[in-house]
Structures are given as C-alpha cells and as structure tokens.
Design a protein around this ligand. Structure first.
Ligand code: F6P
Length: 549
C-alpha cells in the first residue's frame, strides 16, 4: 500500500508553505520579477498558457513537482497509456487516448491491439456520415434525412452537444442537429418540434443501453416516428442508429445491430465523445474535420506523455488545481470561455471533473483527509461579467478562474473580437492587481465609499489563448482538461474513472417510480409508503397534485 499522500514530507512541506504564500500578493510577485508574465507561461501545439497570475512562487512550483514525483503521477500516466487496468473498482483499462491514436500506433488491452478496432469504427462512422451529408441516406418514405437528433445523457450527450456548439461554424448548414437528454418530456418535445419524421434520424447513444432517461426518450422517439409515418415498424431501421458497447440491449430495443456503432468498456462515458459517441458531431462537421479534432487530442496526449514535468501543461495545471483545492481552501473553479461557441464547455467540464474527482476514498478504500475535486462552474464572458463576477472580484471566497480565448473570431467584422478580448485581458489584470484604497481615494471618491470601491486583487487566473477555435483546437483543449483531471486524481490517490456516486439515486428512483405508479396510489387509496417521513410526504403530495388533473 502506498503511503498516504498527506503523510509524505512533500505534502507537509506544501502545507507549511501555504501559510507563507497566503501572506503574498500578486502585485509584489510581479513587481519583484519583471519576467514573471513571460516566464510562467507554457505552450502546447499552439495553445499559449499563462499561469503567471496564480498564487505561486518558484518554491511553490518546486514543491508541487516534488509532490507529483512522490505521488508517482508519471508512473500512473504510463500505466494508463500501457492499457493497465487502472480503473481498479471496475477492473478496466482507461484508454480514451487510444481513440485518437494514429493507425500506426499499437495500444494493447489484455494483449490485444485496440487501435485497428478504433479505426474500423471510425471508418464505419465516416462512411455513414458521408452518406447522410451527401443526401444518400434516405428515410422510410424515400425522403432525404436532414435532421439528426442525438438521444443520450451525461457523457453520451455533453461531449457531442458541447462540440457541436463549439464547431457549428464548421458544420454543414443544411442539416439540423438537436440533442435530447433530460427525461423531462419538455426536452424531447422541443427537440422534435417542427421536424418532419420522414426526414429525421435518431442517434441513440448509451454506453450501457440501460440508462432510464435515454431509453425513455428513445421510446418516445420511436412512438413519434411511427405515429408520423403511419405505424410501419420497418421504418425504425432507416431512422434509428445506436452507439453502444451493448449489442444485446440495442437489439432488444429494436435497432438492427447493422445500424450500431460500437465502442468499448475501456472508454469511460465522460471520456467518450471522440469515439462513436461523436457520430452526430461527425455528421455535422464531416469525417475530415473530425479527424483534425482527433489530431488536436493526440498532440496533447503526446505532450502529456513525453514532456518534462516543468513544461508539461496538463501536469502543471493539474498541480495548480491540487494547490488551490487541498492547500489554499478553494471550493470551486470557474471556467470562463471568452467565446460564445464554448458556451457548453463549462457544463461539459462539470461532468469531466466532478464525476471524475468528486471522490472521498482513496484507491485503497480509505477515507481521504484532504479536499479533492472542486465545484466547476461558469459561462461565457462577457455575460458572466454582468452577473457573478462581482463575487469573484470582491467576495470572500477564493475562486481560481480559467480564461479561455481566441485571437481570431469565426465571424470577422466589426469590433466584436477586440472588445471581447479586451474584456478577457482586463478581467485577468483587475483580478490580479485590484485597486487599492489609496488609488480609489486619489480619484476623489468620498471616503465613505472607498472601502466599497476598493479591489483587493490577488485573485488567481490562468489564461489559455489560441489562434482560433477550430476542430483541432477543441481537441487540444479537451485533452488538456482530461489530463489535468488525471493529474489531480493521481495526486489525490483516488480513482478518477469510476462513478459509484450516481448509483444510489438511480436505484431509489426505480423504487419510487413503483410507488408513484402502483394501482393503490392511482386509485387514491393510501398505501403504506416505506420511506422516511419527508420522502413519504413528498410522494403523497406529488400524487395528490398530479391527480388533480
Ligand atoms: O451519470 C452516470 C453515467 O453513467 C455517466 O457516467 C454516463 O456518461 C451517463 O450516465 C450515461 O450513461 P450511458 O452512456 O450508459 O447511457
């Protein structure tokens, strides 16, 4: 059993050092080192990362690298790339990196090279996507399919939905793409609103093909389709495809396995959108641009795998995350894309980070005594500036922020991009350096108002800047965060690849559905409910209100 990380000299040194850093201010750190803003920067495949406005000194960084070494981050990384079953609670390899490996690479799981399989499915996806894009995939009535509705939830929705928004500019505009995830019928009915069933294809994405929300929505989709097309069951074959690891269940649902795109249990749901789970995205942007996106992922994979720790971007950023969560007491992390196209990126990262590292026992099953994954939140700047930035600037909480921006807009013209990016840069400057009471007073502000208009500064930010948001850049960004999450998990000695925390609610919901739908409840009788008093009362109240209809 490895030593508990908090009992190592490296951890203790950081804990002691944290007290000293809390007394420092970014103003002084920048004043003392004219090079800081260029020195504490990194680059990976054209992504420029400035981490100089973080609450760190050279000593902090050295201590964090020592911690990474002690925790065996690079050994664990190598075990991941080697296909070892590092997801111990599910006894699985963790090989999303194989999804973007070139065909020439060899990556084995249990002695079998998985790369040829990955490329076989990519070719199957490309063939299908081409047929839809070129109008060759016709529906039951012979009409061309032009609407694609992705049905899935969590990792089977957030990735493709986020990436489609991000890359809409690169998509084929005569196709309509929509996404349904929530079991709330409003989601489904809004998604199909105005669509012609004869022109609509459902891509049902579910790793397990047993997820309540997805199966319920897929069933409603089938009913909607058959109602619209006169009830002929054979229509399903032309209007439904499935993406799953579970052929049997796909078949049980009524989708022909010939219309199934496979992936594998060594791909975690939240790490899956560049697998066949990205089929709807590939239909939108085409196989070539999808492949460019995979190239971006792969470039960052190679960087993470080979670059020395001090220049390794995901490693450095992952260590900073650990620093804030475990040593400086930060509870959350804001993701602030200065790109409207990345509007769904924070939601995507919520699953990636919080489902991965929202854990409180170590790999050995022992309770952790350090803080692990932060609450991830955010939305695009500049909208956030007019909503919650007040708290980031002047509130009492420490909120490390990631600013993500691009030098060139997808839509050129006007002053939009310069105004957007002026805000990006200004915010990071204001957060770091603030405005002192003396500066405020010197502007003639009445004394009583000075405290209210003073900005303490010293609020940490990381800036990520790229030339332009392209499929390749998106791949780079996602891989960067994936490996950053990996680094955090390796330090915290937790399993970043299981998600047992979602199971209890699912199991209880199944039981409560029976309570809600039991004939005794429907007839208005009062059956014995066997939950706690609050849950019993909620069920009874719900039933009473529902039955008023
Ligand atoms: O929320 C739990 C979870 O298992 C996620 O990890 C996963 O991405 C999502 O549900 C969807 O699962 P599936 O793809 O099996 O439908």
């Amino acid at each position: 059993m490895a030593a508990r990380i908090d009992e190592t000299p490296e951890w203790r040194a950081l804990a002691a050092h944290a007290a000293a850093v809390k007394a420092l201010h970014l103003r002084d750190l920048f004043a003392a080192d004219a090079e800081r803003g260029t020195r504490l920067t990194l680059e990976v495949d054209g992504l420029y990362v400035d981490y100089s406005k973080n609450l760190v000194t050279d000593e902090t960084l050295a201590l964090l690298f020592a911690l990474a070494e002690r925790a065996g981050v690079t050994e664990r990384r190598d075990a991941m790339f080697a296909g070892e079953p590092i997801n111990v609670t599910e006894d699985r390899a963790v090989l999303h990196v194989a999804l973007r490996a070139p065909a020439t690479e060899r990556i084995e799981v249990d002695g079998i090279d998985v790369v040829p399989e990955v490329h076989r499915v990519l070719a199957q996806m490309a063939d299908f996507a081409d047929r839809v894009r070129e109008g060759m995939w016709t529906g039951h009535t012979g009409k061309r399919v032009r609407n694609i509705v992705n049905v899935g939830i969590g990792g089977s929705d957030l990735g493709p939905a986020m990436a489609y928004e991000a890359l809409r500019h690169f998509s084929q505009r005569d196709l309509t793409l929509r996404f349904v995830s929530n079991v709330d019928a409003a989601d489904f009915w809004e998604a199909v609103h105005g669509l012609d069933p004869a022109e609509t294809l459902f891509v049902v994405c579910s790793k397990t093909f047993s997820t309540l929300e997805t199966l319920t929505n897929a069933k409603s989709a089938r009913d909607w389709l058959l109602t619209g097309l006169g009830g002929d069951e054979s229509a399903v074959a032309k209007h439904f495809v499935a993406v799953s690891t579970n052929t049997e269940r796909v078949q049980e649902f009524g989708i022909d396995p010939a219309n199934m795109f496979e992936f594998w249990d060594w791909v975690g749901g939240r790490y899956s959108f560049e697998s066949a789970i990205g089929l709807s995205l590939m239909i939108a942007i085409g196989a070539e641009q999808f492949s460019e996106m995979l190239g971006g992922f792969h470039a960052v994979d190679e960087h993470f795998r080979n670059e020395m720790p001090e220049r390794n971007v995901p490693l450095v950023l992952g260590l900073l995350d650990v620093w804030y969560s475990s040593f400086l007491g930060a509870q959350s992390q804001a993701i602030l894309p200065y790109s409207h196209s990345l509007a769904r990126f924070p939601a995507y990262l919520q699953q990636l980070e919080m489902e991965s590292n929202g854990k409180s026992v170590t790999l050995d099953g022992e309770p952790v005594s350090w803080d692990t994954g932060a609450v991830v939140w955010g939305q695009p700047g500049t909208n956030g500036q007019h909503a919650y930035y007040q708290l980031i600037h002047q509130g009492t909480r420490l909120v490390p922020c990631d600013f993500i921006g691009f030098a060139q807009a997808a839509h050129a013209g006007g002053d939009h991009q310069d105004l957007l990016m002026a805000n990006f840069v200004a915010q990071t400057e204001a957060l770091a350096f603030g405005k002192t009471g003396a500066e405020v007073a010197a502007e003639g502000v009445p004394t009583s108002q000075v405290p209210h208009r003073t900005f303490a500064g010293n609020r940490p930010t990381t800036s990520i800047l790229a030339e332009r948001l392209t499929p390749r850049t998106l791949g780079q960004l996602v891989a960067l965060y994936e490996h950053r999450v990996f680094t955090q998990g390796a330090i915290w000695q937790i399993n970043s690849f299981d998600q047992w925390g979602v199971e209890l609610g699912k199991a209880l919901a199944k039981r409560i559905v029976l309570d809600l739908q039991s004939p005794a409840l429907k007839s208005g009788a009062t059956p014995a409910l066997e939950h706690d008093s609050s849950t019993n009362a909620l069920i009874s109240k719900y039933r009473e209100l529902r039955d008023l209809r």
